[in-house]
Ligand binder design. Structure first.
Ligand SMILES: [Fe+2]
Ligand SMILES: [Fe+2]
Length: 291
């Protein structure tokens, strides 16, 4: 199933069913890639203004949580300059009034280690973790590992050879078992669904994604997986689990090409993703009670 096959919404549609209401809403953005440069369709230098608009909107809506799906900064050769860009992104995102959730992206690790990025950005460590809010269990994954389970480190990884480590898989399986009776929402930068790219597996996919999906599918309680990394934000539904891609904030010039979303988790299990700028809007129906 592609994004277009979810129920399309027009701007005049109510974002949330008034009969059920949102149980929990949060802000979502991906791939800001901030740096003082432009290459291809990536207008990295415009991302600070886009981020300011995004965070101001989240604050105006009194959202309790904002999720950053990774690739906050873009690569530059000089580490000192990279640190200045990271500080600038942190300064803007720190103006958010609620809780900040950060997913690591491959671009965050071109000159910085995971520990450096997370500490300097003020993000929770380790990069993979989980937490409960308002009756939902949220899982943050880290796809920035090599096949042997070691971390991506500066100069020692390829973006298209990303894995979820065995240690993280074991942790995930235990975490999902413990929370088997709660609805689960997953955040990841590298993608965990399944698609082709020029007749080969899409390099935006984690290499061992099928094994991760089998863990998601064990208890029937994963409501959605939100993904960054693929800048078009493709979507898929696999074995009843929606994998929702976020359009990259960095694509396109100027504030008019912003991309972010407000996600509303409704009490009946439906999910609304209200997109702003280039981010798509979609609604995922509540799970069938007959299933
Ligand atoms: Fe990216
Ligand atoms: Fe990425």
């Amino acid at each position: 199933m592609t994004c277009e096959r979810y129920m399309a919404m027009t701007p005049s549609d109510p974002a949330v069913d008034p009969a059920t209401g949102p149980a929990f809403s949060f802000g979502l953005f991906a791939d800001s890639h901030y740096a003082e440069k432009v290459y291809g369709n990536r207008h990295c230098r415009d991302s600070l203004d886009k981020l300011r608009d995004c965070i101001a909107d989240f604050n105006a809506r009194n959202l309790p949580m904002a999720v950053n799906l990774g690739d906050s900064i873009d690569a530059v050769a000089d580490k000192a300059m990279e640190l200045r860009f990271l500080a600038a992104v942190r300064e803007v995102t720190a103006t958010f009034h609620g809780e900040r959730v950060t997913v690591l992206g491959n671009h965050d690790l071109v000159t910085l280690t995971k520990e450096e990025f997370l500490r300097l950005y003020g993000a929770r460590e380790p990069a993979y973790h989980s937490f409960d809010r308002q009756g939902f269990h949220f899982v943050v994954l880290d796809g920035n590992c090599r096949q042997d389970g070691s971390d991506f480190t500066p100069g020692n990884f390829h973006w298209d050879d990303a894995w979820i480590s065995e240690a993280q898989m074991a942790w995930l399986a235990r975490d999902m078992e413990i929370h088997r009776n709660m609805p689960v929402i997953v955040f990841t930068h590298e993608n965990l669904d399944d698609r082709l790219w020029n007749d080969l597996p899409d390099p935006h996919l984690v290499r061992n994604a099928p094994a991760v999906r089998r863990i998601f599918e064990r208890h029937g309680n994963v409501r959605a997986v939100f993904q960054g990394h693929h800048h078009d934000g493709p979507c898929a539904t696999l074995r009843g689990i929606p994998y929702i891609g976020s359009a990259a904030m960095v694509v396109g010039p100027g504030r008019e090409n912003n991309a972010y979303a407000v996600v509303s988790l409704e009490s009946d299990g439906a999910i609304t993703v209200e997109g702003f700028g280039r981010h798509r809007t979609l609604r995922i129906a509540a799970p069938s009670r007959d299933a």
